[in-house]
Design a protein around this ligand. Structure first.
Ligand SMILES: [Zn+2]
Length: 146
């Protein structure tokens, strides 16, 4: 996927979130409390709710984006950059490209993505799934980027 395709497919936060949810739904959600795999989607709260025990889970929970306050779009943009260019980027450079004020969250995101990409061959859950999806993350990552 080139930059033009990326921008037209993911023009805003909503489109990224929709895509992310689509992938999670396909993969299936498992409740961390009771192990049940049936969930309601609470649209107003943007959370999954276990049909058995009522435990709630955010969309990002249990994924590479776990507890991240950064937008889905940030994650998508950076994943696209990393996978499509096959280049390494410093967190500082990414921070500059995103125009984000704080360095720390950007650094953490980069760190987690690198980990996820490194583990991709071992079938890292969501990331692996995304890779299969529409060839979005299909670009192989060179070993030296790990
Ligand atoms: Zn449950």
């Amino acid at each position: 996927m080139n930059l033009i395709d990326f921008v037209s497919q993911f023009p805003d936060e909503e489109s990224c979130k929709r895509k992310f949810k689509e992938i999670r739904d396909r993969e299936g959600i498992t409740c961390r409390k009771c192990g049940c795999s049936s969930h309601y989607w609470k649209r107003d709260k943007e959370m999954y709710e276990c049909k058995k025990c009522g435990s709630r889970m955010s969309l990002k929970s249990g994924t590479v984006m776990h507890k991240s306050k950064l937008s889905f779009r940030y994650w998508f943009i950076v994943m696209h950059l990393l996978t499509s260019t096959r280049k390494t980027f410093s967190a500082k450079e990414i921070q500059r490209q995103l125009g984000h004020k704080r360095y720390e969250p950007v650094w953490q995101m980069m760190h987690k993505l690198r980990n996820a990409m490194g583990k991709r061959d071992d079938g890292y859950e969501l990331y692996g799934e995304m890779e299969l999806d529409d060839g979005f993350f299909s670009t192989p990552v060179p070993k030296e980027q790990k």
